[in-house]
Design a protein around this ligand. Structure first.
Ligand SMILES: N[C@@H](CCC(=O)N[C@@H](CS)C(=O)NCC(=O)O)C(=O)O
Length: 228
């Protein structure tokens, strides 16, 4: 039995994506961040740093339950548990995959988070921080655009790197250009197999993205009795 402690954030979707890709059944447990549920003693027993996502596997490596905090660890754990082709076999491709995976789960996602904070969520207007993180984010989206030029995926075939990076590329679609935008839309089209995505329009890519995002959040939130 797999239990995913989740909320509708980029890191939450990253963990959920690997479970969907692996085709493993799992139970979704909402941890409502707006209600500070992550601070409860029960949740902090799973992640002392009070962060979603956390995966609990009742059948760990030694047959005993194990809990796995942190989305990069969850991606790796599920991929290794299922001998997933998302970890390339070719040693050179694997090293490349590791590099892009690291880029996605460290600097890139933190910059996206800080951009989001200072542009959309901060109670204070801090122009210096806005300018700083906008420059940083634009540079990183430029790097991603360049990397994806002439490629469908970050390395070789669809890999753990793509699973790791996609939710954060999707977080600021306004900054995605050229190849990065094509990559983003292709991943979003891939998600259409999911019943909650199947109802949205494909006509206008940006409108499609916004609806999908809203729809996914609304579905999750209403399942938890919350309006986001
Ligand atoms: N490095 C962690 C970051 C997780 C993280 O930042 N989670 C946020 C939501 S995306 C959270 O739970 N914040 C609540 C808090 O810090 O109290 C991962 O990738 O899983």
């Amino acid at each position: 039995m797999l239990d995913l402690y989740f909320w509708t954030t980029n890191n939450g979707y990253r963990a959920r994506t690997i479970l969907e890709e692996a085709g493993l059944p799992y139970v979704l447990h909402p941890v409502a961040l707006p209600k500070k549920e992550q601070m409860s003693p029960a949740f902090r027993a799973l992640h002392i740093g009070h962060k979603i996502p956390v995966l609990v596997d009742s059948d760990g490596p030694d047959g005993k339950p194990i809990n796995i905090p942190e989305s990069p660890a969850i991606l790796r754990y599920v991929a290794e548990k299922t001998n997933s082709p998302l970890i390339p076999e070719d040693p050179r491709t694997r090293v490349e995959m590791e590099s892009w995976f690291s880029y996605g789960v460290s600097t890139f996602c933190m910059v996206v988070a800080q951009y989001g904070h200072f542009h959309f969520r901060s109670a204070d207007d801090v122009p210096g921080a806005k300018t700083y993180f906008e420059g940083y984010a634009r540079d990183m989206y430029g790097v991603i655009n360049q990397r994806l030029e002439g490629r469908d995926y970050f390395t070789g075939e669809y890999s753990l790197a793509d699973v790791a990076i996609t939710p954060h590329v999707a977080a600021l679609p306004i900054l995605a250009r050229g190849a990065a935008l094509r990559f983003l839309l292709t991943r979003l089209y891939d998600w259409l197999h999911h019943p909650e995505g199947a109802m949205v329009s494909r006509k206008d890519p940006l409108e499609y993205y916004q609806k999908l995002r809203f729809h996914r959040s609304a579905i999750d939130a209403s399942a938890y009795g919350l309006a986001l």
